[in-house]
Design a protein. Sequence first.
Lengths: 505, 180
Amino acid sequence: MSTGDTGSTGSPASPVPRRSPRIRAFGLRTRLLLAFLLVAAVSAGTTAALTYREARTAVLQTAQDTAVSSFREQVQQRGFGLPVREDGGGLEEVLRDIARKGKPHPWVVFAEYGSVRASSGENPVSTVITPELRRAARADPHGSFERVVKDGVPYLTIAMPTVFKTGPDNLLPSGLVLYAVMPMTDEQVNVDALLMAARDGALPGLAVALIPGLIAARSVLRPVRELRQAAGSMGSGRLDTRIPVRGSDELADLAHTFNESAAQLERSVRELREAEARARRFASDVSHELRTPLAGMLAVTEVLDEDADGLDADTARAVRLVSAETGKLAVLVEDLMEISRFDAGAAELNTDEVDVGEAIRKSLDNRHWTDDRVRTDLPTGIRARLDPRRFDLVIANLVGNALRHGSAPVAICLRTETRSADTDVLITEVTDSGPGIRPDSLPHIFDRFYKADAARTRSAGSGLGLAITLENVKLHGGTIHAGNLPEGGAVFTVEIPLRVEGAGG
Amino acid sequence: MRRARRLRSTALALVVPVAAMLPLLGGCGIPETDVIEAGGPASVQAFFNRDSDMLLFFRAPDGGMSPVIRTPDRDPGATAGPIPTEKIIQALLDGPRDEDRAAGLTTALPAPGTGPTIEVDPSPGRVTTRLPLSVKNLNAAALRQLTCTIAYSEDPDGQAVVQLTGHDGASRSGTCGLAL
């Protein structure tokens, strides 16, 4: 039993706060779900994007091919006089006719020849046709198209240079270039619908991916949770805790390793306990074995003591020394046996309801500490359930220590206090007027055979007094506290909860 | 240090797939394109009849050659068949008419001077002409006008090599090269 810095002992160890909120910000479950979602998002997104692109290309390709080939077909059915006349030649009429027959949607058709500009619409010159398309149409006589987005509206612009026959097999560029401009609004609607479909397909995919994600997280988290519970129960002392090993994955390996470690730990702890028990039994046996010869020796030394006066001076001194040391040995053996009983857990609390002040006064009377070396402040009427014998030992030990190591006067003060959680405690303070306890001794003051003053190796006590006192207080469910007064002098404070029966032990 | 590295690797694991998906997502809606060639030109009816029409080449506003079909009034009693090349050259030298000018067509040729008459000497694949103007001072457009008009009047495919000789004695030869 280790003691605290201020010599306080017996306070229950505060439990380690457990961090176990069910859902953590970046817990295993969240991470697994995120990973699943990411994979699902990437695959669903890639599939949707690729499908969308292909479908869009197909939609646009179909519209473009239809438009270009039907435009060429329409133009080829027309005749144009050369030079093309802007006025009176019926050019706009022809253009309007072509425009009406536009596929897949009506076009606006523009004609450019020399400086002649005409169209089927209101403006003779299109604002959508780019210079690049014009240049391409002029540079070499090939049909060509270009998709243009103007003010958010996509247009298909087609340039169609015309040629005419100069002979059965001979073609000559006529210089007339016809342009068709077709707004692709329908295609845009279709493409937008594709995008919607891709999105509406991908999002439920993501939602569906949550289900295997949750299942996978569960399958990982359940063994982890079992492991945590098992570790917790092992920490609280149940060393026989084992985890069921399921399957053959890494978590099963972990559970297996955990079980093996637990078994080894259990074995080690058992061996340690056995060794400790052996050691205690040994101390107990030794004290028992010593008691019988000591009893004989005590009887002999008593007789010798009585007859010492009749011996010569040297022999008498030797006889008295042997007698005194034998008495000390007897006290030590008694204390050792008492401590062995505590260690073995054999110490029992025989409680009785007593008037505490009266009990303390009786203790002092029994030891003849009734002169003014001991001052008392003992209110009457404080009743508590205590083991009178053990409480007497505690008081006697503390007062005896104070008289022996501190200096008179020694004050005993008794009071009750109400602590939190509606528990009253009985507080007994023993104060001496000596120099106090050295700070470096304070943590060890309750250790067995600890001597606060290294030079005084042979004191009257056995060195077990405070250890036994501590055990007695603990048996009552209380605490004992050693400290120093600011003006010097040691203070021992014993706190025993009132109305506690059969605590400890 | 380790934490930073872990954060970085997590960020990497997030960024890489997203970056890989970006080009796929790029461009919703209908994107623009470059100019894409799509098939040949449209062959239209120009009502050209070699037996009654002549084909003259004038200069378009963009600098190209624009063919013009002109149907001359036939002298009553003239022989049927193609119009003589001399007459076509004379019509070219006379320049664009009102309807040609209305379409923005011009000529690069100087007004014809008085001088020797036009002589045409066709042989297979080659036409030699004498012209009543100074060939030396003609620019490229003018030469092309003459060459194409002469080549197409001699031959429906316009492939013949045309040699032009002016009254100044200068001589040029070339092909039209407008046919497809």
